[in-house]
Design a protein around this ligand. Sequence first.
Ligand SMILES: Cc1cc2nc3c(=O)[nH]c(=O)nc-3n(C[C@H](O)[C@H](O)[C@H](O)COP(=O)(O)O)c2cc1C
Length: 255
Amino acid sequence: MRLYADRERHLPQIDPEQRGLHLGCGAALFNLRVAAAAAGRMPIVRLLPDESDPALLAEVRLTDTGYPDEVLARLHPAIPRRHTCRRMIHDDDLPATVRETLCDAALREGSRLVFPDPLYVRLILQLVRDVESGEAPAPGAPSREHDFGAVPVVHGRIRAPFGDRPRIALLGTVHNRPVDWLTAGQALERILLQSAQDGLVASLAFQPFEWPGLRWAEDDPTSAVKHIHMVLHLGYGPQGYPTPRRPVAEMLEIA
Ligand SMILES: Cc1cc2nc3c(=O)[nH]c(=O)nc-3n(C[C@H](O)[C@H](O)[C@H](O)COP(=O)(O)O)c2cc1C
């Protein structure tokens, strides 16, 4: 199976490097691996197998040899249940075991998930608010839409309002190449499915760290992740609702 980026769906204004595109496709790739494991097959994945074709993001061979990954297979029921939550997520603390499981999910996918301390979270949220009110951008930074707040800035995306102590986690990798974005995308989906399985809900934002003026946060020595790809808001709250998907016939070509 070959996974291709759909360049027509690329959003140059909010995703100039195509990082979001790779993250989203990485998440889809993880679902494919989970589905394969649930069907008793072993997926062998090569990321970016063809240098001359950067749109070819992954090649997956399904084999019958070896043991399917039971841990992945157990995540399968969470695929249709997981939805981005756009309503109030409670501030209740996440039990340490739950946080550890999510950090472990990221590590298993070659990425890091960190739960910054409350001071750092406040700084991140303050930055995000500043960006929303137009006060923070770096000189010359292009103006971009983003919606890491309570306001529905992007059509169809309404973010849950934050409480006083939101549980924010940062997902990152050591390097910042397309292959790392695909890696982080798989980690993201693993975290999201694990969260759904553990009864959590989540919402996402990645635009704040796209902004050149906000790069400082990535260089913060207290941060265990070098390149942050996604900010996750995790917690307990009402389940989200399904987002319409493109018809399978538009996405899947059987040769
Ligand atoms: C790479 C990527 C970036 C995203 N960035 C944002 C964002 O900045 N703000 C937001 O509200 N949702 C963001 N999302 C969440 C998507 O809006 C959401 O996944 C999509 O609407 C599909 O809904 P679902 O997660 O319920 O399937 C992002 C998702 C991905 C994969």
